[in-house]
Design a binder for this molecule. Structure first.
Ligand SMILES: CCCCC/C=C\C/C=C\C/C=C\CCCCC(=O)SCCNC(=O)CCNC(=O)[C@H](O)C(C)(C)COP(=O)(O)OP(=O)(O)OC[C@H]1O[C@@H](n2cnc3c(N)ncnc32)[C@H](O)[C@@H]1OP(=O)(O)O
Ligand SMILES: Cc1cc2nc3c(=O)[nH]c(=O)nc-3n(C[C@H](O)[C@H](O)[C@H](O)COP(=O)(O)OP(=O)(O)OC[C@H]3O[C@@H](n4cnc5c(N)ncnc54)[C@H](O)[C@@H]3O)c2cc1C
Length: 648
């Protein structure tokens, strides 16, 4: 064990196991999670070479093999709890996505949430036994964001009681769905529904695309892989062109909207229920932001504890780079954000399941807030985590740029979360739409609830415009900082609403007024989400009984809130002593930095990083890894070329 990393662990002021148990929910949950992870770690079937040493085709084949092995092994172990399946798979996946990812994350959830009981009876056994292997095909070459303008059509033929699916133009070709290119034999296809000559908008259809026996594309189906990407190399994101493909009427997901045999259309209680799967994934991505950022912090902070470089004081030995204030200022606010997003991810998942429970009982009243919260937090956390992963990579110097550091793979796998499942700017504008509506309701005296109730509060406190009020902050008191973030959010929502109002008074259209206020609208959503994150971090602290853990997390929460103020100092009254306070907090966190990342409890296999190894033996591991590179399988590779050059 590297002596530096040993010393770091000896200096910690709290028990990492206590914090790990808190993050898992209990000591028993930690035990069970580790037990499941060890099933993968000790399984020779999952000991394979680094995918970075493979070609794209080899990576895809290996991913399909791993997905298949996981299915069989989970069955053999009798593991069926979704959370335990997730622990097993994320250990086996390491940093990468799996070939059957879309089947689990979107195809199955769509069947669960949008099929009638009769349709579930038919499709769930097929899908749960992987006979029907599916994806979610919504995006087209011409449209990803603006889904009301998707062009694929599903036209009902009452004479045969079938839907005829068509991609009428090149821009209507389905493009991007994960697992579509080579893996899936079915797809949930989002298409404009036409019946009795009328268009009823976007609906979901189960479309067979490959023969379940031969896996050959079915008649009228053109399908394939869209080619190499920035990352996701083991995933066959694909294209799908449908030409007069007929499916039975019963293949339209009819839990909310129906087409009768004669073609008559029965509309849903809300036309946004078709968008439900997207809300689910957005809500889940918040937790993914926490995991990607916490893994990156684990790697960068452990490496910074064992890396010695330069000279702090002449004549002294080279210090650990973690002792540089600049290195701490890079990494510790990200460590604080990783903990904040861990708690927000738990809150978002709980809120999603609570509200969808009400929706399943027919109460749709909280759907707007769920959509706004999931959209905003997905954008806010992925933008922060995306940038943070890059900071962690660069904080590791040249070795961070090596694939064996794990950081490039974390980055290229995580970065599309800022785009897929709702492009982040678009999502922030969706949240802003909800905030402006709530602001107007508060102005009219309506009582708001949930995460926007502060808009009432600000109205009651003082009738004068919120934006004119100074932000007075006690920088050592988290409650005071939460109030500052609340006031900032209220201010920026008011500024956005007033910008809209001002635009409208110039008698331009609502749409142009909206577009001309987009900057204020996005900033209002960002401030709202930032307040929600700070508020939830503070609320979590009140649940922690262990004083040592409470103290170290309180320090992190203060750092997260104060650092956020310096990043947005224009919105807060710039408090000169904030920087000094931040420096003092960095010093307070320093002795606990490694223990705090240890508490995330990532085993080396999942971390997949020679820089972030638990034992800190970095250099030896880097050299061993490099020697396994395919280019090193022969001592000489281009001798012929050198020969030609030398002969000239
Ligand atoms: C099983 C374990 C799972 C674990 C998973 C964990 C993590 C996940 C990790 C990885 C996932 C792996 C792969 C994922 C791959 C990615 C897959 C995809 O990308 S699928 C495609 C995603 N595409 C999109 O997200 C499209 C984005 N665009 C839209 O959603 C819409 O076009 C829009 C921007 C929202 C605009 O819609 P529309 O034009 O219809 O609406 P507006 O006119 O703006 O507003 C009208 C009204 O509707 C409300 N609303 C909009 N959307 C929703 C919604 N989803 N739910 C509820 N309500 C909605 C909106 O608020 C307005 O209301 P009001 O103001 O009251 O009028
Ligand atoms: C790795 C990956 C996996 C994917 N998997 C799937 C999948 O499985 N199934 C599927 O259906 N799709 C999938 N997608 C597609 C994804 O959902 C879309 O790319 C995403 O919804 C963004 O849409 P777009 O590509 O059309 O971007 P665009 O909307 O064209 O975005 C381009 C720019 O336009 C801006 N913009 C667009 N509209 C507005 C507006 N109203 N106001 C202000 N600015 C605006 C955006 O902010 C952005 O800056 C995947 C994409 C990726 C990268």
């Amino acid at each position: 064990m590297n002596p530096d990393i040993c010393r770091e662990r000896e200096n910690a002021t709290f028990n990492t196991e206590t914090l790990t148990n808190m993050l898992d929910g209990s000591a028993e949950k930690t035990r069970r999670r580790r037990e499941i992870e060890s099933l993968v770690i000790n399984d020779p079937d999952f000991q394979h070479d680094d995918p970075n040493f493979m070609s794209r085709s080899e990576r895809y084949d290996a991913a399909v093999k791993k997905s298949s092995q996981m299915i069989m092994k989970l069955r053999d172990y009798g593991i069926s709890d979704p959370e335990e399946i997730y622990f097993y798979k994320r250990t086996a996946r390491r940093t990468f996505h799996e070939a059957f990812g879309l089947h689990y994350t979107m195809f199955l959830p769509t069947l669960y949430s949008q099929c009638t009981p009769e349709q579930q009876k038919k499709w769930l056994p097929l899908a749960e036994n992987f006979k029907a292997l599916g994806t979610y095909a919504q995006t087209e070459l011409g449209h990803g964001t603006h889904i009301r303008k998707l062009e694929t059509t599903a036209t009902y033929d009452p004479s045969t009681q079938e839907f005829v699916l068509n991609c009428p133009t090149v821009s209507s070709i389905k493009w991007w769905p994960g697992g579509l290119g080579k893996t899936s034999n079915h797809a949930i296809v989002l298409a404009q529904l036409y019946t009795l000559g009328k268009c009823h908008g976007l609906h979901a259809f189960i479309v067979p695309i490959r023969c379940m026996k031969t896996h050959q594309p079915l008649p009228g189906v053109t399908v394939g892989d869209i080619g190499p990407k920035f990352g996701f190399e083991e995933v066959d994101n694909g294209y799908l062109k449908l030409e007069n493909v007929r499916i039975p009427r019963e293949n339209m997901l009819m839990k909310y909207a129906q087409v009768e045999p004669d073609g008559s259309y029965l509309k849903p209680p809300s036309d946004k229920l078709t968008y439900g799967t997207m809300v689910f994934i957005r809500a889940m991505i918040v937790g993914e932001s926490a995991r990607a950022l916490s893994k990156s912090c684990t790697i960068a902070i452990r490496y910074s504890a064992v890396r010695h470089q330069s000279e702090l004081r002449p004549g002294e030995p080279e210090p650990q780079i973690l002792d540089y204030q600049a290195q701490q200022y890079k990494l510790f606010p990200l460590l604080a954000a990783a903990y904040a997003f861990t708690f927000v991810g738990q809150y978002m998942s709980d809120t999603y399941h609570r509200i969808t429970g009400h929706i399943n009982q027919g109460d749709f009243s909280q759907l707007p807030e769920l959509h706004a919260l999931a959209a905003g937090l997905k954008a806010f956390t992925t933008w922060t985590a995306n940038a943070g992963i890059e900071v962690c990579r660069m904080a590791c110097g040249g070795h961070g740029y090596l694939c064996c550091s794990g950081l490039p793979d974390i980055y290229v796998t995580f970065t599309p979360t800022c785009t897929y499942e709702g492009e982040n700017t678009v999502m922030m504008l969706q949240t802003a739409r909800f905030l402006v509506k709530c602001y107007r309701q508060a102005r009219e005296g309506q009582q708001l609830s949930g995460t926007v109730s502060y808009l009432n509060e600000q109205q009651r406190l003082q009738p004068q415009p919120v934006s004119s009020r100074p932000t007075v902050v006690n920088i050592n008191d988290l409650a005071s900082l939460v109030e500052a973030y609340k006031l900032r959010a209220a201010k920026l929502v008011e500024v956005a609403a007033k910008s809209l109002q001002g635009e409208l008074q110039r008698s331009i259209s609502q749409e142009d007024a909206w577009n001309n206020s987009s900057i204020e609208l996005v900033r209002a959503s960002d401030a709202h989400c930032h307040y929600v994150v700070v508020e939830l971090f503070a609320a979590k602290l009140s649940e922690i009984s262990d004083t040592a853990v409470h103290s170290v997390l309180n320090t992190l929460a203060l750092l997260y809130a104060l650092h956020g103020i310096t990043l947005n100092s224009g919105d807060f009254l710039q408090l000169s002593q904030i920087t000094q306070r931040i420096k003092a907090l960095l010093v307070e966190i320093r002795p606990n930095a490694v223990a705090l990342v240890d508490s995330f409890d990532y085993n080396d296999e999942m971390l997949n990083s020679v820089l972030g190894r638990y034992d800190g033996n970095v250099y030896e591991s880097m050299f061993e890894w490099a020697k396994r590179s395919p280019l090193n399988r022969t001592e000489v590779r281009s001798f012929i070329i050198f020969n030609i050059i030398q002969k000239k």
